[in-house]
Design a protein around this ligand. Structure first.
Ligand code: R2B
Ligand code: URA
Length: 313
């Protein structure tokens, strides 16, 4: 779809500005009479998507359904919106695959664990934004990760999302062939988030590369899975190589998130808190209450960003 041009100043066409529309990169979609977003239990014929979602400006995604409900309740309070937080309903209640909450211009969606799970959600979420004719949308993944050489509880804003070979790319197998997509994220958004982090007390924040793996255990060099095919020395050698390549945290969704947003012209950022320092261990043995507090940190940062963007602070 061609970019939509807006004439903001009467008939003088030199004053056209280009709005950031959501591009779906699929020529087949135009010829479909109806689009059923199966895993959201939403559809273009059954729901008025522009009316339900047309005002969305910020989409925040994270792994856990409970965490994304808490985030919706938190941002509702932070934006000072009317109504009771208890009334914020799961829009995807008709399916137990994902949870989705809308709070003013903010959409909060869970994506489960790993690339396949987030990728299905992203296909439907990007089509949702497209069908709803949303404009100027910023996307954030707010999640958890393992830190590489950072104190637990540090918030990492992703510079580059890299694969297990430290390459800034995402490989997708399509019709038996490998397609390689860039995982470039929006630099401006990352810098704005870093600036926001300096305005929040007690929020240790770093910017660095985020490595995305397809497994939590062997795939992240852990010695404590049901299987382990390497020694402690080999694990540490790999983590040191990762550190040298600029990797500061490890998680399981950032590359496909970055790649799909990039192709579709969506400005995106990844903000994950570290739950442990992988140079010091593999098990997550921090007390539950501390982990809960850590998990709120990316939410505080993104909420601050949203409030600034909306002119509330
Ligand atoms: C971070 O935490 C999850 C694994 O525990 C995974 O979804 C991720 O990226
Ligand atoms: N999530 C991950 O993927 N890895 C960790 O070590 C912690 C959280």
């Amino acid at each position: 779809m061609a970019p939509i041009l807006l004439n903001t100043m009467g008939t003088d066409h030199s004053d056209y500005i280009e709005e950031e529309v959501v591009h779906v990169k699929n020529p087949h979609l135009d010829s479909m009479e109806e689009d059923i977003l199966y895993h959201f239990d939403l559809g273009t014929k059954t729901h008025n998507l522009p009316e339900m979602f047309g005002d969305i400006k910020f989409v925040c995604v994270g792994g856990s359904a409970n965490r994304m409900r808490s985030f919706a309740q938190f941002i509702h309070q932070e934006l000072g919106l009317p109504g009771d937080v208890a009334d914020i309903m799961d829009i995807c209640a008709g399916t137990d695959r994902y949870s989705m909450y809308k709070v003013g211009p903010v959409l909060s969606i869970s994506h489960g664990m790993g690339v396949p799970s987030i990728s299905i959600m992203l296909h439907e979420m990007i089509k949702l934004l497209h069908h709803a004719r949303c404009r100027d949308v910023n996307l954030f993944r707010i999640g958890t990760s393992g830190g590489v050489g950072l104190a637990p509880g540090t918030v990492v804003i992703t510079d580059k999302a890299v694969d297990s070979f430290f390459q800034p790319q995402f490989e997708q197998v399509v019709l038996g062939k490998v397609i390689i997509r860039s995982t470039e994220l929006d630099k401006g958004l990352a810098e704005e988030l870093l600036q926001c982090s300096t305005e929040i007390p007690n929020l240790p924040t770093a910017i660095g590369n985020t490595m995305c793996t397809h497994d939590f255990y062997e795939g992240q060099g852990r010695l404590d899975g049901a299987l382990c095919s390497f020694s402690t020395e080999e694990k540490l050698e790999y983590l040191h190589k990762a550190y040298e390549a600029g990797v500061r945290n490890i998680e399981m969704e950032s590359t496909v998130f970055a790649a799909m947003c990039h192709v579709c012209g969506l400005k995106a950022a990844v903000v994950c808190v570290t739950l442990l320092n992988r140079f010091e261990g593999d098990q997550i043995n921090t007390p539950h209450e501390v982990l809960l507090e850590y998990q709120q940190r990316p939410q505080w940062l993104v909420s601050h960003f949203i409030k600034k963007r909306l002119g509330l602070i």
